[in-house]
Design a protein around this ligand. Structure first.
Ligand code: TXA
Ligand code: MG
Length: 343
C-alpha cells in the first residue's frame, strides 16, 4: 500500500476524514506525539491498527474526541453520569494532553478497549488533530504511531520510518510540542489515579480536583516482566501474566544507559564508559538535558531515533530529578534503558 502524504490544509484534512470514515488508517500530529488513527466505533478498522503497529490486540486504545458532547455516546450513562471529578478535570485540562478513563458504553467496541469495561478518552488541542476528528464525524481511536516497542514518533519523518507503506495516509504536521504521551488519569475508582505520567502533573491534577491524586503503584517501582509491552502501564492489573515480556520499551536499537549525578560526575562517568565502548568497537553517544525537563520531554524520543539513524550502539543519558515533569520523562528514560542506572 502507498501511504498518502497529506498536509494540514483543509482539503487534505477532509480527505483524511473520508479515509477514516471508510475504515482506513491515518497518522496525525497531536500536541503530545503522533497518533495512528482509525474510526473508534469500527471494530475492523481498529483491529487493523494493531496489525500495522505489530501490537498485541488486547491492548486498550485512547479514543480522541473534538467536542465534549461526543462523550455522551462513549461513556456509560452518558454526559449526565459525569462525576464532579470528571467535570473539573475536563474543564481544567481539555482540550490538552490529558486522557481520562471512564466506564464505557456499549457503543464502544471491545476491539477499541481491549475487552475492558472502561474507555480512555482524550480531547487533543492540536489544530490538525481537532480538525481531523471533526472532519471524520467519528471519535478516533489512536495509539502512538510507532511500531510497538519503539520510541513514540514526534515528527512526521519518525512516523514514516515505522509506518510508510503500512497505513493509508499521514497528515504531515509539525514536530509535537510536548514530546511525551498524555497523562492518563483513571477516574473510575475511589481515588483519582495516574496510570501514566505526562506533562500534566500529579500536583496540577491534585490542585484542580481539590483532593489527593495518586500514582498507580507500579509507577513507583521497577515493573515485573509482565508489564504492558507498549509502555508498562495499566495492564498489569487486568491482564493474564505473559512470561517472557521484557520491560524494555521506547527502545532504540542502541543500548541505553542512564547516569545519575552532577554535570561533572556525569561527564566523568560518560567518558569512562564511552572510552570502554570505543575499545570494544562500539560507537557511544552522550545526552545531557542539563536539568531542563521540558527540553528533555520535547527531544528525548526524537533524539533516540536520531541516534539510531546515525548508527550509535550505546546512548549514555544523564538522569533528571524525579519530580513534576521530570518524573514523567524519567519514566520513559528508565523504560528505554530497561532500568539500567549507573550511579
Ligand atoms: O498522547 C497520547 O496519549 C498519544 C496520542 C496519540 O494521543 N496516544 C498514546 O496511545 O500514547 P498509546 O496507545 O500509545 O497509549 C495508551 C495508554 C496505554 O498506557 C494504555 O494501557 C492506556 O493508555 N489505556 C487505554 N485505555 C485504557 C483503559 N480503558 N484503562 C486503562 N488504561 C488504558
Ligand atoms: Mg504508545
Amino acid at each position: 500500500m502507498t501511504t498518502e502524504r497529506l498536509t494540514t490544509e483543509l482539503d487534505d484534512i477532509l480527505r483524511a476524514g473520508d479515509i477514516i470514515r471508510r475504515g482506513g488508517l491515518v497518522a496525525f500530529p497531536t500536541e503530545t506525539v503522533y497518533g495512528l488513527g482509525a474510526n473508534a466505533l469500527d471494530a475492523e478498522a481498529v483491529s487493523s491498527v494493531y496489525a500495522a503497529k505489530g501490537r498485541p490486540s488486547d491492548n486498550p486504545m485512547i479514543v480522541h474526541i473534538a467536542e465534549k458532547s461526543e462523550l455522551d455516546d462513549l461513556i456509560r450513562g452518558g454526559l449526565e453520569s459525569l462525576t464532579e471529578d470528571a467535570r473539573r478535570t475536563m474543564d481544567a485540562f481539555w482540550p490538552g494532553p490529558l486522557t481520562i478513563i471512564f466506564p464505557k458504553s456499549d457503543a464502544v467496541p471491545d476491539a477499541t478497549t481491549g475487552g475492558l469495561d472502561t474507555v480512555a478518552v482524550r480531547m487533543p488541542s492540536n489544530r490538525a488533530a481537532y480538525m481531523l476528528i471533526a472532519a471524520s464525524l467519528r471519535p478516533i481511536a489512536a495509539p502512538s504511531a510507532n511500531v510497538s516497542g519503539r520510541p513514540s514518533p514526534t515528527t512526521a519523518e519518525d512516523v514514516l520510518e515505522d509506518m510508510d507503506g503500512r497505513i493509508d495516509a499521514i497528515i504531515m504536521g509539525e514536530q509535537c510540542d510536548v514530546g511525551i504521551e498524555s497523562t492518563v488519569l483513571d477516574l473510575t475508582g475511589e481515588v483519582p489515579t495516574i496510570l501514566r505520567p505526562g506533562i500534566i502533573t500529579k500536583e496540577e491534577l491534585t490542585e484542580a480536583l481539590g483532593r489527593e491524586v495518586v500514582y498507580y503503584k507500579s509507577l513507583l517501582e521497577k515493573p515485573a516482566e509482565t508489564a504492558d509491552p507498549e509502555d508498562g502501564v495499566a495492564d498489569t492489573e487486568f491482564k493474564p501474566k505473559s512470561p517472557g515480556m521484557k520491560y524494555r520499551h521506547y527502545s532504540p536499537k542502541a543500548k541505553v544507559r542512564l547516569i545519575e549525578g552532577s554535570r561533572e560526575e556525569f561527564v566523568a562517568k560518560a567518558k569512562e564508559l564511552g572510552v570502554e565502548a570505543i575499545r570494544n568497537g562500539l560507537k557511544p553517544a552522550v545526552l545531557d538535558y542539563r536539568e531542563d525537563e521540558h527540553a528533555a520531554a520535547h527531544d528525548l524520543f526524537a533524539d533516540l531515533r536520531e541516534f539510531d539513524r546515525q548508527g550509535y550502539d550505546l546512548i549514555l543519558i544523564r538522569t533528571l530529578e524525579e519530580s513534576g515533569l521530570g518524573f514523567s520523562v524519567m519514566n520513559r528514560m528508565l523504560k528505554s534503558a530497561g532500568y539500567d542506572i549507573v550511579k
